[in-house]
Design a protein around this ligand. Structure first.
Ligand code: 9YT
Length: 127
């Protein structure tokens, strides 16, 4: 059994910081669950293009408000209680109107230090 707190993860190398967001990666590939589980904070006023070509991601909004734009231009309001799942490896843009907090699950699990490349992709790392 694994018991781990967000506050301890935030003080460890499992906290990954990028220009528009930070991610506390509570469960990673090395934990052997078959998925990774993160608490992600997206900073207010940012716009982030993402494309999880190598992963599936489910994203549950816990706090804040913003807009999610799909590649075809469809826009969705994202607010607490809303989940989006990138089941087609969908390219998307997230515009955070306020600071947003999410619980995110990745399959396959992240290894630990992944950040977006120029295309918004996370590399597929050796598990
Ligand atoms: C909302 C979102 O996907 N932000 C990028 C960070 C990612 N969720 C992560 O690595 O935790």
């Amino acid at each position: 059994m694994i018991v781990r707190s967000l506050s301890e993860v935030e003080k460890s190398p499992r906290r990954v910081v990028a220009p528009n967001w930070e991610s506390a990666r509570i469960l990673l590939s090395s934990d052997g669950m078959g998925f990774s589980f993160h608490i992600t904070t997206v900073y207010a006023g940012t716009e982030t293009h993402m494309w999880y070509r190598n992963h599936l991601e489910a994203v549950y909004c816990m706090e804040g408000e913003g807009e999610l734009e799909a590649q075809d231009g469809t826009r969705h309001l994202i607010k607490p209680g809303t989940l989006y799942a990138l089941d087609q490896h969908d390219q998307h843009v997230l515009r955070a109107r306020t600071t947003m907090r999410f619980a995110c699950v990745f399959n396959p699990p992240l290894v630990g230090d992944e950040v977006h490349d120029a295309e918004g992709v996370y590399p597929l790392k050796e598990q």
